[in-house]
Design a protein around this ligand. Structure first.
Ligand SMILES: Cc1cc2nc3c(=O)[nH]c(=O)nc-3n(C[C@H](O)[C@H](O)[C@H](O)COP(=O)(O)OP(=O)(O)OC[C@H]3O[C@@H](n4cnc5c(N)ncnc54)[C@H](O)[C@@H]3O)c2cc1C
Length: 399
């Protein structure tokens, strides 16, 4: 059994884990990030980099390099409902350096953070290293056990930060209590080849909702269906599936044969939940490990990054002096819990009517009241732009 000892062990190299790892290492804390995959090349985790995250890149002095990574810009969120384009959020008036959402493959963003991390001597990232157990002594988490290519590894740490996402192993073993919300959607993901003259809208509602992410030579498409409806979609057959997609996006109807089997369609079950307490002695959960987010509104990555910044701001100094204690972790939760609750309510309640409730429900024939409000009161789009773009309590780099 190999053994390592560090000040902070971060489990999970997603947005929350890499960001907190990099920010702590930047403060001189000895950090080891453990990531189970060999690379960051995974689809379906969201490609949105919010204005608040770009502002953090500016505060860190990294914005010029960040902007070298190919991306597209979205200055507002406009949805097409009942044949009308309704602008739901407008980022243009935000007082930040980049008042837009940057669409960038998440693997490029994570690669960028990992590269930045490696410029700090106290940062290490071990990939292909999956945490299997928390090490607990006398009721305190003192580290983790992991499996790596070189065999089993025990890492002992003053603090374990669980950033291992919505299926968090650390959370499952922590004994911390979870409150489960009832999300109303699931998401099917697939790819269709792209042409420059394709006429598709970012968000197309109807019998289901399609969301299109431009990945150059192909569209990464999210088909949002009512929760637990996939069995019915599948039972109706692939031809019916093609017909549903083609009806929502006629421009792509000639490419339905590219979805030749159900293997090309990935189902992601949406979960929304949160821990009542995010920590126990020696362990702090952040990001989806503390509060699994739905894709609705595209705000989960932002929340995960903001948790990471708050964690580094509050715990960096105590980790450096090796005096981190439970009350410091309570301060992280106290800072981030309200934004989490507000954001989850926004996803589950405010955006509920945007999506069909059963497979035959056609949202294109119905404008949810919230969207009527946006039509009547256009300034609301700037309020929503602030909420989606910056989050309920934006964090800044303090140390
Ligand atoms: C279908 C879908 C689409 C979404 N789209 C968007 C979007 O467009 N915009 C948006 O803002 N949010 C979106 N979200 C929400 C967003 O994906 C999450 O809120 C966000 O990824 C949380 O970041 P995280 O770092 O906490 O966790 P994750 O991104 O899940 O990262 C966790 C990391 O931990 C690693 N890991 C897991 N277990 C272990 C282990 N045992 N040992 C070591 N490593 C481990 C994983 O490999 C992963 O790299 C979407 C969610 C879903 C379900």
């Amino acid at each position: 059994m190999r053994q390592e000892t560090v000040q902070c062990c971060v489990v999970g190299g997603g947005p929350a884990g890499l960001m907190v790892g990099v920010l702590l290492a930047r403060q001189g804390v000895e950090v080891l990030v453990l990531e189970k995959h060999a690379d960051f090349l995974r689809d379906f985790r969201g490609d949105t980099i919010h204005p608040s995250t770009q502002e953090l890149m500016y505060e860190l002095g990294w914005i010029d390099e960040f902007q070298q990574i190919p991306h597209s810009k979205m200055e507002d969120v406009t949805v097409e409902i009942d044949g009308k384009a309704i602008t739901f959020a407008d980022f243009r008036k935000l007082k930040v350096h980049c008042p837009y959402i940057a669409f960038m493959p998440q693997w490029d963003f994570l690669d960028f953070l990992a590269t930045k991390g490696k410029t700090f001597p106290s940062f290490r990232l071990l990939q292909t290293t999956e945490v299997s157990d928390l090490l607990i002594e006398g009721g305190r988490v003192v580290g983790v056990r992991a499996n790596s290519l070189d065999g089993p590894l025990d890492v002992r740490a003053d603090l374990v930060v669980a950033a291992d996402g919505r299926d968090s192993t650390c959370r499952a073993q922590s004994g911390l209590e979870t409150i489960i919300e009832a999300p109303n959607i699931d998401v099917l993901w697939f790819r269709v080849s792209r042409r420059d003259d394709d006429k598709v809208k970012f968000f197309q509602s109807g019998k289901g909702v399609l969301i299109f992410i431009n990945r150059g030579d192909y569209w990464q498409v999210a088909y949002v269906i009512p929760a637990r409806a996939f069995a019915k979609v599948r039972a109706a057959g692939l031809a019916e599936f093609h017909a549903r997609i083609a009806a929502l996006a006629p421009a792509l109807s000639d490419r339905m044969s590219e979805i030749e089997t159900w293997d090309k369609v990935q189902k992601l079950t949406v979960r929304v939940d949160r821990l009542t307490t995010w920590h126990r002695p020696g362990l702090l959960c952040i990001g989806d490990a503390a509060h699994a987010m739905s894709p609705a509104g595209g705000v989960g990555i932002n929340l995960a990054i903001q948790d990471a910044v708050a964690t580094a701001n509050i715990l960096g100094p105590t980790l450096r002096s090796r005096t981190v204690c439970d009350s410091d972790m309570s301060r992280v939760q106290a800072r981030r819990e309200l934004p989490t609750r507000i954001t989850q309510k926004f996803q589950v309640v405010v955006l509920r009517d945007l999506y069909p409730k059963d497979l035959n429900d056609d949202t294109d024939h119905y404008t949810p009241p919230i969207f009527t409000a946006f039509q009547i009161l256009p300034p609301l789009r700037h309020v929503m732009g602030r909420f989606i773009g910056l989050g309920a309590r934006p964090e800044h780099i303090n140390n």
